[in-house]
Write a protein of this length. Structure first.
Length: 644
């Protein structure tokens, strides 16, 4: 499908890739890996014909339909589901044509629109768009909200949903798991495994790459090399190739030394001159195998805490949430709607009920749960940023917290250097102390004095972590610290956290990191925080076994931030299975009848009487749409009640 021949790519003055010769075939799922700055995103731009090759050829067949995640952040008045539907331009146009034709009561145009919808498989398009939104964590009641009301991270998700909605033969995904929670990452994996086209995927999440990719394209030092297999298979193959390369280099160096020794000894001796000349020719023909150049190993560390008491922090019978005058929520759906006003002073929103959670020295706890379930609310309550609505928070007098929030990177001061940030924390220390410390975090030499305005997202995240380490905390509360970090930096962070003596609470969608660091898991779901007795595979199985509606309970509650906190509802009995079956049958019956109506509307005979029958069918179609929406809402409530 895609072929590179003597391909070279330049960005500005910098040559990113050269002498690339390879082919990517239809149906492959290719993980594109390499350190930040090796040209991964620029390669995608070249495939989209947004960058011209510096040399050589890049061939993508003209008939290939390409979809990718838009980089701009949309701020539109369109409903979210319409924005996602617009990814399929043909369906979107046909749906608008249908709506306009009905509004004008132009029955011939209605017939044409229905015929077009059949051609482009448009009758189930709204349902497909809804499934994409649901899988990426959008509650049903947010599908009709304007795109402009969503916060930045959720608009990134909307861009992803729109890309997945776009009919394509080639799908280019650049860091699709950023801004997703673990639940959405697991859903996206399953979606991509069913994708019938060719996938090129840039990701720093090794578990995601292992589960999705069939091939790995490694960009390194201006070259691109293709490997068969997932990321782990690539690592094994590359390690073996480097080992063999080093063996060949050492063998060649030994032969060179032997030949040179003979030449030096006998080139002036007449009886050995011929043999010396022969060895000089052999020496000139040796391949010139390069020695393996070890990449600079990234290593970071969190200094030993100044003091490390045993019992550090505890919540007792705490209700966690937001009260009037508190900062607006940033959990999941509370962060879903950026334009929504914070609660009034008279109101409060309880996200988590009766929390009992403690931290002792050496604890390593991974928090699991969907966006909006309350993970960030719990972390903020532990930090002390949010006071408990009831119950108590106990903190040891020597508690020193290192807190990485999802907005920490954005809070770094523009126009300042890493040295400036450290000097603000410790104004009386010598500059050399700052330079020594920053060197350990891979900001060597003059990099410590550069403005962070020119730093990449990964460098800013690394600086934010360095500032936390500088304070020598005894508790680390890390909420999605890996966004923008490449694979090497994530490995370095995992090692540093493993060596940390204090307590850790970690929220992350990177399963490799959370699996390496965490000794225990706590699940945040349905307003509760409780230990999860299992590993990440068992959590994924638990997630799949839940009714689909369950995962919305947290976001729905959090999004209703303007309402007073209701009294706790008494626990209800399980729903009668006959009632549940009847509700499911009702939804199926309405869907069948609606499909029949839509099929009839696509038949030109429906308009033979001047449009009277089509008008009746159109009215019935509207009634069925309303009835189906009500039936689905009732079924959703039954699912929630059944799981309570």
């Amino acid at each position: 499908m895609i072929s590179f021949r003597n391909f070279a790519l330049r960005r500005g003055e910098r040559l990113l890739l050269s002498d690339v010769d390879l082919a990517l075939h239809a149906g492959w799922r290719v993980g594109v890996v390499g350190r930040n700055g090796t040209g991964k995103s620029s390669l995608f731009a070249a495939i989209r014909n947004e960058l011209e090759p510096d040399r050589g050829d890049l061939d993508v067949p003209n008939r290939v339909r390409i979809a990718s995640i838009a980089q701009e952040m949309p701020s539109l008045p369109d409903p979210a589901i319409d924005f996602v539907l617009s990814g399929d331009a043909d369906v979107h146009a046909a749906l608008h044509a249908e709506a306009n034709a009905f509004a004008a009561e132009d029955w011939e145009a209605v017939a044409e629109a229905h015929h077009r919808l059949e051609e482009v498989n448009g009758y189930d398009a709204t349902a497909r768009a809804g499934k994409l939104l649901h899988g990426l964590g959008f509650p049903a009641e947010t599908h009709s909200r304007a795109v402009s009301t969503f916060s930045g991270g959720w608009r990134v998700r909307l861009n992803l949903a729109r890309a997945l909605m776009t009919p394509s033969d080639l799908l280019l995904l650049d860091e699709p798991t950023n801004h997703l929670d673990l639940d959405a990452v697991l859903w996206l994996e399953q979606w991509l495994l069913k994708y019938p086209g060719t996938l090129l995927l840039i990701s720093h999440d090794r578990e995601f790459l292992d589960n999705v990719s069939t091939h790995t394209l490694h960009l390194h030092e201006g070259k691109a090399k293709l490997y068969v297999g997932d990321y782990t298979a690539f690592e094994r193959q590359r390690a073996e190739q480097l080992r063999q390369q080093q063996i060949a280099f050492e063998k060649e160096q030994a032969e060179r030394a032997h030949l040179q020794s003979f030449i030096d000894r006998f080139k002036a001796k007449a009886s050995k001159a011929k043999q010396a000349q022969s060895r000089m020719k052999r020496l000139a023909k040796l391949a010139g195998t390069e020695a393996v150049r070890a990449e600079r190993e990234l290593r970071i560390d969190f200094p030993e805490p100044l003091k490390l008491p045993h019992a550090l922090l505890r919540l007792n019978h705490a209700d966690c949430g937001y009260v009037g005058g508190a900062s607006a929520p940033t959990d999941g759906a509370a962060n879903l709607v950026g334009a929504e006003a914070p609660p009034t002073r008279a109101s409060s929103v309880t996200i988590l009920h009766n929390v009992g959670f403690g931290l002792e020295a050496g604890d390593r706890i991974g928090l699991l749960g969907a966006n909006g379930a309350g993970k960030s609310t719990l972390v903020k309550t532990l930090v002390g940023e949010l006071p408990p609505l009831s119950g108590e928070r106990y903190a040891h007098p020597d508690l020193r917290i290192g807190y990485f929030a999802q907005h920490t990177v954005e809070s770094l001061k523009k126009g300042t250097s890493p040295i400036d940030h450290l000097r603000e924390l410790s104004p009386n220390l010598a500059t050399q102390s700052f330079r020594d410390f920053l060197g350990k975090w891979n900001f060597p030499g003059d990099r410590a004095f550069e403005s962070i305005d020119g730093f990449s997202g990964g460098e800013r995240a690394r600086l934010a972590l360095a500032l936390i380490a500088w304070r020598q905390p005894n508790v680390l509360l890390l909420d999605e610290p890996t966004n923008h970090l490449d694979l090497d930096m994530r490995e370095a962070l995992a090692e540093a956290l493993s060596d940390f003596d204090g307590a850790i609470v970690l929220v992350s969608h990177d399963r490799h990191l959370i699996g390496l660091v965490s000794d225990t898991f706590w699940r945040v779901a349905d307003g509760k925080v409780e230990p999860f007795d299992g590993d990440l595979d068992e959590y994924a199985a638990w997630l799949r076994a839940r009714p689909a509606a369950d995962t919305l309970a947290g976001p729905v509650a959090a999004a209703a931030a303007t309402a007073p906190s209701p009294a706790p509802k008494p626990k209800t009995a399980k729903v009668n299975p006959h009632k549940l079956a009847k509700a499911e049958a009702r939804v199926a019956e309405l869907e069948t009848e609606l499909a029949g109506i839509e099929s009839a509307l696509a038949d030109p005979l429906a308009y033979a009487d001047g449009g009277a029958r089509a008008a009746d069918l159109g009215r019935r179609q509207g009634e069925l749409h309303d009835a189906l929406q009500a039936a689905e809402a009732e079924l959703l409530q039954l699912y929630e009640a059944n799981a309570a």
